[in-house]
Design a protein around this ligand. Sequence first.
Ligand code: GLA
Length: 330
Amino acid sequence: MAVINTYTLKNKNNFELEVSTIGATILGLKVPNKYGDFINVVVGLNSALDYISEDYLENKLYLGATVGRYAGRISKKELIIASKKYIIHHENNIHLHGGENGFDKKTWVVESIEEGATTSQITLSYLSKHLEEGYPGNLKIFVTYTLTDKNSLKITYRATTDKTTIVNLTNHSYFNLNGEGSILNHELLINSDFYLEVDENLVPSGKLNSVEKTRFDYKLKKRIKNINFKGLDDTFVLNKSKLKAEITSEKSGVKMKVYTNQPAIVAYTPKKFKNLPFKENVKYADYPAICFETQHFPDAPSNKHFPSTELNPSETYLNETTFEFSIVKE
Ligand code: GLA
């Protein structure tokens, strides 16, 4: 059986992050609510072992996991990279989240843990071999999770390759700022003027549509539960502003701001979760959580006008996302 190690980090305000070596997965993130009680704001399972159970894996939820080598969809089975052809894993006519055995299922190596008086961080790495899931190049990836003294969780990915390849990494944490129930009562803001038009397989057509007068307009903060809400599994093209997204729960008083150097957020709100052994046995209702998958656009290899996801041997891939927590003043 796989050896799984878990690590718990704290910052000076007792924010707590729990990480597992399988998928460099975030198992839990505890932050204070407006009453000073610590609540877990990311969906997690009771034990690290639950993440390798068949019951969990067949749901393909990627709870808190590192997704790669290419997060999101790729429509083509054959990729031409640096004039060479590569065949990538396809299922139901698409390549999703890095293929059959993506980074979420790999055992990551702990490189370092630093527990300072105010800030703590952990760095894990994974070597994805040339042609793993069909991708070219030996890709070495480092992920660093930092709990800062400003009450942020910062996620930094760095990667290098020995052959030109494509890379698009993200973390797949599902947030619920009440730690239970639903996110329908949360308020959401996304600084995005355009979303990607997609077909029935959620593959982008290549067109960027304006959010103006559509259900994708979150430029002004609005309650998630509104008459136009049908659930989200959509790519929001991010504006240049520093703040990219913000979500608040009046009930818990927890606010989370999202900052990133990535060009898009895939916002994903599943309708329901199957009955899984959730941490602390919490119960989730309809629309239990929301993912802010900060990343490049899906299917960029087929859309030359999308920002490129190619990485050359002379470059270092750098992806930085910060989730910053505070309490809403009443
Ligand atoms: C992403 C995808 C979804 C789904 C989830 C994981 O958000 O866009 O379609 O695959 O991951 O279940």
